[in-house]
Design a protein around this ligand. Sequence first.
Ligand SMILES: *Cc1c(COP(=O)(O)O)cnc(C)c1O
Length: 378
Amino acid sequence: MDRVYLSPPHMSGREPELVQDAFASNWIAPLGPHVDAFEREFAARVGVRHAAALSSGTAALHLALLLIGVGAGDEVLCSSLTFSASANAITYCGARPVFIDCDAASWNMDPDLLETELERCAATGTLPKAVLAVDLYGQCADYTRIAPICERFGVPLIEDAAEALGATCAGRPAGSFGRAAAFSFNGNKIITTSGGGMLVSGDEALIARGRFLATQARDAAAHYQHSTIGYNYRMSNVLAAIGRGQLTVLEERIAARRANFEAYTGALADLPGIAFMPEAPYGRCTRWLTCLTIDPEAFGASREDVRLALEAENIESRPVWKPMHLQPVFASCRVVGGAVSQRIFQHGLCLPSGSNLDAADRARTIAIVRRCCRAVRR
Ligand SMILES: *Cc1c(COP(=O)(O)O)cnc(C)c1O
């Protein structure tokens, strides 16, 4: 049996023609017409005026933080339940992450904990430089609450929307909240350029400055003059061509991922001890990954039992992200709460969720999960 992957790339078929055009025009460079067009088309799709195509989502996060002035010694409040790139970007700026736990209703930053922490910081004159909220597994954080809270304390909000292209909160697209947002086109994301990212913002000057920093911060002079430290973060025109092809099928990709979720819930929700990541009432989740928790007492097998049973059949599943406050590298960082994400990590599993997931492979995955439950209750 071929391996079933968690979230493999899924081309539309239009990409080769667009890439061929990049070759024909010889724009094999970290700039060019496909980069410009991808930025325009992407900005229109996420309802934000300006966008800069970059080499990765991590680069987009790094620049977003730099552009709002995060620097050495600053603190940035950050979702604890996330991929390490969110927190790493904070440390690239010389700043320190302070982790905020998630709530059980959205698996995203708990607005109550954020509010309490900002109140505490305000009272002691130690407000953070920024809040970095992550939109996990295709679901927006609750910006109906997080955005006004940040505004009240005058702390800029950055959105890590790397996993949530196409999601909405209160009818608005992921990436349209906060001063700036970051997207990723890594190979496992809902659309991919093999590797890449996008920085978006309603602030034209911010995006212009982002492009400047991303192209080695060259001053306006022929002789390569630099007044500030720059980065080599721009996206290749070849990869932007892939991204344009991918963007045309985003809606179909969301529909396919949501259909995976419906199939999994329909076939597994009756099992004792199984709970799927909830869809928060304030928006639409793309179900980038289908995630569930397994209570080993009720289910009769642990998350790890299930993962290994799938692996034995050459099916890839993954534990939910290990929270940042439990990572050895961030052991010295402060955390607000922590028990909720710790429990989700302990019992959480991500099932194969590709938009090109074969129905027979999905049925096989379901049968193995069901067998794990019966086996132990027998
Ligand atoms: C994938 C991801 C990133 C990083 O994106 P890259 O393009 O791989 O650098 C950042 N944050 C989250 C939450 C992610 O899932």
